[in-house]
Design a protein around this ligand. Structure first.
Ligand code: SAM
Ligand code: SF4
Length: 327
């Protein structure tokens, strides 16, 4: 079993398949995008599968495909199928903004995708356009229904809560969790790039969120849906779904961190923030064997930090965006 220097078992690999995105969420990407990676820089599906194979040989069991927007990569189902065939991999999940999901979901499920997380910060179309800087709410809602119909459950809905932008919809999202079999997860906004400054003013603490949810009445803690998420879950009487809060800024999850990340350009990132990484692309393209890749992954455990060092309103240094690291 792969473990880091703090004896945390590492069994979860998040794979960013692209740095590009068809949205420009204010907390994630600048309006005009980033300096995108070139196609040559980005790992091919075969290269990703070789790294997953090496990681699986060390005990990694769960893979989550993310980005940027992973569905911008053509035929993502081919990658899902390749990963599904790797011995040891038990679970393949996808994080998506949902815009392109409806048209691809059957092929993805057929290839072995088991679960989806869909980002959704608002239920109001005009507000969606303000936050994501592109339209598309109707497509996201259709994607959520398609995921429920195909039983890619638990369908998790990730909602970044920001004061003055969408915090007045906490109750509407609570109602969504009553109506649909989904796990709504409120996420603390992290101070990334241009958003770092606004984050200080727009921060809504988990305590405040819980207080507001409790006011709706009947909220009780439940065992969360499976799937390696660092959230605490609750439900309302008779509700079809659950509701949870993820607080990445507090450190309570660092001690239970079981994950590593592969960037679209082949770096293994050991922590969500900070520049702790190991280059896998150079050895991979230099012909490294599975055993050699596994050795590099195993050694990189020594630089996985005990915790991140991010604080409210302080911009994350030396990183471009969550999109690059595959938030
Ligand atoms: N594009 C896909 C999506 O939006 O789900 C996958 C990549 S996105 C970077 C993964 C998750 O990171 C999304 O749920 C998004 O809301 C979250 N995220 C991005 N920037 C964030 C920030 N500054 N604070 C908190 N969560 C953030
Ligand atoms: Fe794109 Fe996801 Fe970032 Fe929004 S959060 S800009 S959808 S990568």
């Amino acid at each position: 079993m792969l473990a880091d220097a703090f004896a945390r078992p590492i069994e979860y690999l998040r794979v960013s398949v692209t740095d590009k995105c068809n949205l420009r969420c204010i907390y994630c990407m600048p309006e005009h995008g980033l300096e995108w990676l070139s196609n040559d820089d980005i790992l091919t599906y075969e290269e990703i599968a070789r790294i997953v194979d090496a990681a699986a040989s060390l005990g990694v069991r769960t893979i989550r495909l993310t980005g940027g927007e992973p569905l911008l990569r053509p035929h993502l189902e081919l990658l899902v199928a390749m990963i599904a065939r790797i011995p040891g991999i038990e679970d393949i999940a996808l994080s998506t903004n949902g815009l392109l999901l409806e048209g691809h979901i059957e092929a993805l499920a057929g290839a072995g995708l088991r679960r989806v997380n869909i980002s959704l910060d608002t239920l109001r179309p005009e507000r969606f356009e303000e936050i994501a800087r592109r339209p598309g709410l109707d497509r996201v809602l259709r994607a959520i229904n398609a995921a429920i119909s195909l039983k890619l459950t638990p369908v998790k809905i990730n909602c970044v809560v920001m004061r003055g932008r969408n915090d007045d919809e906490v109750e509407a999202f609570a109602q969504l969790s009553q109506r649909l079999p989904v796990a709504v997860r409120f996420i603390e906004a992290m101070p990334v790039l241009e958003y770092a400054h606004a984050q200080r003013e727009e921060y809504v603490s988990a305590d405040e969120l819980f207080a507001r949810l409790k006011r709706i009445g009947g909220l009780r803690p439940v065992e969360g849906p499976s799937g390696n998420g660092p959230a605490r879950y609750f439900t309302f009487p008779g509700a079809a779904g659950t509701i949870g809060v993820i607080t990445p800024l507090s450190h309570e999850y660092c001690s239970r961190c079981n994950r590593i990340r592969l960037t679209a350009d082949g770096r293994l990132r050991l922590c969500l923030f900070g520049d702790y990484h190991a280059d896998l692309r150079t050895p991979l393209r230099g012909g490294a064997s599975r055993a050699r890749l596994a050795e590099i992954i195993e050694r990189s455990m020594l630089i996985k930090p005990e915790r991140h060092h991010l604080r409210l309103g302080e911009p994350a240094s030396r990183m471009r965006a969550l999109s690059e690291i595959g938030g």
